[in-house]
Ligand binder design. Structure first.
Ligand SMILES: Nc1ncnc2c1ncn2[C@@H]1O[C@H](COP(=O)(O)OP(=O)(O)O)[C@@H](O)[C@H]1O
Ligand SMILES: Cc1ncsc1CCOP(=O)(O)O
Ligand SMILES: [Mg+2]
Length: 273
């Protein structure tokens, strides 16, 4: 599996998958640049009149709940339905779900209409998707009433999807296999958009891969490792501003050879070979 993911990192740059985003107004530009850095080609399009056509020519669709409105929900539903029809993978980022009734009700409605391929969120957002008690305030992760692995597995089964719960240790599951990724750095939580960018990068890799689980693992480990390496580049006195620049440098230059050496990925606590 590790070898296949490593090859996927290379292939994605060659394939340059078009990744259609319907995303939030806060991190939209960072998501476009993260997609480019990982080897994809971003397009952000949310007009109800064009989303179906745009999804039709894309390799993946990324749906991000960060700043939803009535119109964006209609656009999301249309684009996702088209993606389902054409077997195009859909990556869903439930930003802020659990924080307000509107978000929680909207997500319930949307996921009853259409299918998603990967759900990537922080632990309290994902917990809220399955009604597990969670203290979500805004868009940052809060405490939850169950362990992460159980939440991830239950969510994967409920929505028949691959689930990525990000955090200090990322949990990735298709409902049966559970994989942990231990790359990353606390500093990733000090920059708005690192979760959104992770979903965009997963979009690139699932858009170029035949395996959803491998695409999801490629995406989450790529961001974690880039973050970790971006911190190592910091000199004394440099803070989040330089970190963000370093992060983009790492995202755009990270090779599969370095990834193979530095990725920390475990299945049932066995290294993945
Ligand atoms: N405490 C932490 N230590 C190391 N990496 C982290 C930590 N928290 C989050 N990350 C990493 O930061 C990135 C964004 O995840 P996260 O902060 O959970 O998303 P969100 O911004 O949506 O809440 C992921 O690559 C994740 O692995
Ligand atoms: C702050 C904020 N508010 C609405 S969307 C958004 C960005 C959230 O980005 P991330 O979840 O990647 O930190
Ligand atoms: Mg987020």
């Amino acid at each position: 599996m590790k070898q296949k993911i490593s090859e996927l990192l290379k292939e994605t740059r060659e394939k340059n998958p078009l990744v259609h985003h319907i995303t939030n107004a806060v991190t939209i530009n960072d998501c476009a640049n993260a997609t480019l850095a990982a080897g994809g080609s971003p397009v952000m399009a949310d007009a109800i009149e064009e989303v179906e056509e745009m999804t039709s020519i894309s390799s993946a669709l990324v749906i991000n709940f960060g700043t939803i409105k009535k119109d964006s929900l209609v656009a999301m539903e249309k684009a996702m339905r088209k993606a389902n029809e054409k077997d195009i993978p859909v990556v869903f980022d439930p930003v802020g779900v659990g924080a307000t009734t509107y978000r929680t009700k909207s997500v319930q409605w949307l996921l009853e209409q259409v299918k998603v391929t990967v759900i990537r969120g922080n632990v309290s957002e994902v917990a809220s998707l399955i009604g597990v008690e969670a203290k979500t305030s805004g868009v940052d992760a809060g405490e939850v009433g169950e362990d992460k692995t159980t939440i991830a597995k239950k969510t994967a089964k409920k929505y028949n999807t691959v689930v990525v719960i990000s955090g200090e240790i990322d949990v990735i599951t298709d409902g049966e296999r559970v994989v942990y990724v231990e790359n990353g750095h606390q500093m990733l939580t000090s920059v708005s958009g690192t979760g959104c960018m992770t979903a965009s990068i997963i979009g690139c890799f699932v858009g170029a891969s035949r395996s959803v689980l491998e695409g999801a693992l490629a995406g989450i480990s790529y961001m974690g490792l880039a973050g970790e390496r971006a911190v190592k580049r910091l000199k004394e006195g440099e803070g989040v501003g330089t970190f963000k620049i370093n992060l983009f440098d790492e995202l755009s230059t990270l090779t599969n050879t370095v990834w193979e050496k530095e990725v920390k990925m475990y299945e049932a606590k066995q290294p993945i070979l």
